[in-house]
Write a protein that binds this ligand. Structure first.
Ligand code: GUN
Length: 283
């Protein structure tokens, strides 16, 4: 069997086209969506992510402002900026790019963002709403995974799903979203004993480990769906996912490539959350 390749670029572009129309009508109603991105320091990967977010906003007609701060910016100064953005009527979404420099407490910074503008879905109120199944912003990468599967006609209802990775950005919210979709979810991580035994039971694997080509065919039940959230830079400069794509595609029923898979969806979901935040101001 050769797997169906899930084309994140195509699915994300379709979503962006739908958003474009919605943004045009929001602009007509006087609520042009606005996104503020805050980048502290010079992390090269973060700089690329932030540029991609800026470009997506420009493509769709979303007002965007990027605040680039020195790596030695104090926590107080950063929080002052966030408070000013909370008050700005032009800004509907605020995103603080991670990772933050070591002297800054992530929790204090994310907690300072108004929950109404938390388009990253990292604020404790958003996390709580996700867990209790209430309305609120959902982190963009796991939301993108769900959207991608839905648009490819893949249902997880009643299925066994193994999530590899337990980060606050991907693994934990991914598990919560999958439960919402009626999946039976196992969250695996670096301390999981007999990992392959667990993942081989799964109908769907979501890999978010941060180790290049970690998931080999030995981890995968033939016919399983394999979603690769990993973005790893190899010594030769090339990108690799967490899944050994070439080998695993021979036994999976569907698989996402890296690049061109989940990454595209993440930005589209950020745009969707920003549009939603702007629309709510009209309610
Ligand atoms: N760093 C890596 N992924 C993300 C993300 O989704 N949001 C933010 N703010 N930072 C990140």
């Amino acid at each position: 069997m050769t797997a169906l390749i899930l084309d994140g670029k195509k699915i994300a572009n379709e979503l962006m086209a739908r958003l474009h129309k919605e943004i045009d009508s929001l602009i007509e109603s006087g609520a042009r969506p606005g996104l503020a991105v805050v980048l502290v320091g010079e992390d090269p990967a973060s700089q690329v992510y932030v540029r991609n977010k800026e470009k997506a906003c420009a493509d769709l007609g979303i007002h965007s402002v990027v605040h680039r701060l020195d790596s030695d910016t104090s926590q107080d100064k950063l929080i002052d900026l966030i408070r000013a953005l909370n008050e700005s009527s032009e800004i509907h979404g605020i995103l603080v790019q991670k990772p933050l420099p070591g002297h800054i407490d992530d929790k204090a910074v994310i907690g300072a963002i108004s929950a109404e503008k938390d388009v990253d879905g990292f604020h404790p109120i958003s996390v709580g709403n996700l867990l209790i199944g209430d309305e609120g912003f959902v982190p963009c990468t796991p939301a993108g995974v769900i959207e991608m599967m839905r648009s490819a006609g893949i249902s997880v209802d009643g299925k066994r799903v193994a999530v590899i990775g337990r980060s606050n950005i991907v693994g934990k919210p991914m598990a919560a979203l999958l439960i919402r979709e009626n999946a039976t979810v196992t969250v695996c991580h670096s301390k999981t004993a007999n990992l392959q035994e667990v993942t081989r039971e799964a109908d769907v694997i979501v890999a978010a480990i941060g180790r290049p080509n970690f998931v080999t065919p030995e981890y995968v039940k033939p016919g399983a769906v394999v979603i690769d959230v990993g973005v790893n830079r190899l010594p030769d400069g090339k990108l690799a996912g967490d899944v050994d794509f070439e080998a695993v595609k021979e036994i999976a029923s569907a698989i996402t490539p890296v690049p061109g898979g989940v990454g595209r969806m993440t930005i589209a979901m950020l745009m969707k959350n920003t549009v939603e935040a702007a629309r709510k101001t009209l309610e």
